[in-house]
Design a protein around this ligand. Structure first.
Ligand code: NAP
Ligand code: GCO
Length: 267
């Protein structure tokens, strides 16, 4: 049995991408509450700085890191700056992501490539940049944000589905490559979470369709993902690597619409 203290992140430094809002901000707050100093990456300065103020007001330590995760040539310098300022880097949460909803006839190569760049290529580029200091420390945790779309699909989000399936492949490939350096690599697979990303489908029949397909019969709040993140970041998960841990209210374990459960065992 792991000691309760093995879930502590005291003394650790964590970088969370896309942490100015939504799921990334919840991850950052939770890692901070568990004891880590957190580096808040975002595209834009304002949300990154606001997130840092909120975490510091709650007694945590936070530093903004404003950069685009697809600025591939600049990532090593960003990571070096974090290590210079905070002394180390223990945890990378690859969370930044976008979604473009469109049927394939309206989803041309610029949009497809943009989604793959942010949601997949940047996951590799960030992992590669952060693996350098983690290898030197002899320890590291990389946690990627997958999705139900890492192992399933639906029409209208094809580049997202391709990217998130790729995130699962990268998670396994990086785990194989970095395991000998005591760096674990895992992914969290959220179900449908109430964030800005899904604002456009709320109030449409899609909102209810998600509920009908989810055994827990509801959408989730970002905070419901954070226990899994703290676990995977901690010493308690020291021998867990290459895994996609679904936090989806049972959606991907369920083959039929939940409303059919009312038919009971007779069906
Ligand atoms: P969100 O509220 O839209 O947040 C996405 C964050 O990523 C924003 O802070 C955004 O910054 C940042 N970002 C986007 N492009 C970036 C870039 N190139 N460089 C740096 N930061 C960038 O979405 P979310 O729902 O929290 O999603 C977070 C992650 O969870 C994504 O990987 C998403 O695919 C995944 N996910 C979400 C759900 C869900 O149901 N919501 C389910 C499964 C997985 P700006 O605000 O500056 O644009
Ligand atoms: C959609 C949703 C999803 C989710 C999420 C599910 O339009 O189907 O936005 O893609 O955000 O990734 O896990």
């Amino acid at each position: 049995m792991p000691e309760l203290s093995s879930f502590s992140l005291e003394g650790r430094v964590a970088l969370i991408t896309g942490a100015g809002r939504g799921i990334g901000l919840s991850f950052a707050k939770a890692l901070s509450a568990a004891g880590a100093a957190v580096v808040i990456n975002d595209f834009r300065a304002e949300p990154a700085e606001e997130a840092c103020h909120a975490i510091e007001a709650a007694g945590g330590k936070a530093r903004p890191a404003v950069f685009d995760v697809t600025d591939f040539d600049g990532l090593d310098a960003q990571v070096d700056g974090i290590v210079r300022d905070l002394g180390r880097l223990d945890i990378l949460m690859n969370n930044a992501g976008i979604l473009i909803r469109a049927p394939i006839e309206d989803h041309g190569m610029p949009d497809f490539t943009r989604v793959i760049d942010i949601n997949l290529n940047a996951v590799y580029a960030m992992a590669r940049a952060c693996a350098r200091p983690m290898k030197a420390q002899g320890r590291g945790r990389i946690i990627n944000t997958g999705s139900v779309m890492s192992i399933s699909s639906r029409p209208g989000v094809i580049s997202y589905v391709a990217a998130k399936h790729g995130v699962l492949g990268l998670t396994r490939g990086l785990a194989a490559e970095l395991g000998p350096h005591n760096i674990t690599v895992n992914a969290i697979g959220p179900g449908y979470i109430l964030t800005e990303m899904n604002r456009h489908v709320l109030g449409t029949p899609f909102e209810q369709a998600v509920i009908d397909r989810t055994p827990m019969a509801r959408w989730a709040a970002p905070e419901e993902l954070t226990g899994t993140a703290v676990f995977l970041a901690s010493d308690a998960a020291s021998f867990v690597t290459g895994q996609l841990l679904m936090v989806d209210g049972g959606m991907t374990s369920n083959s039929i619409l939940v409303e059919s459960r009312n038919l009971g065992a007779s069906s």
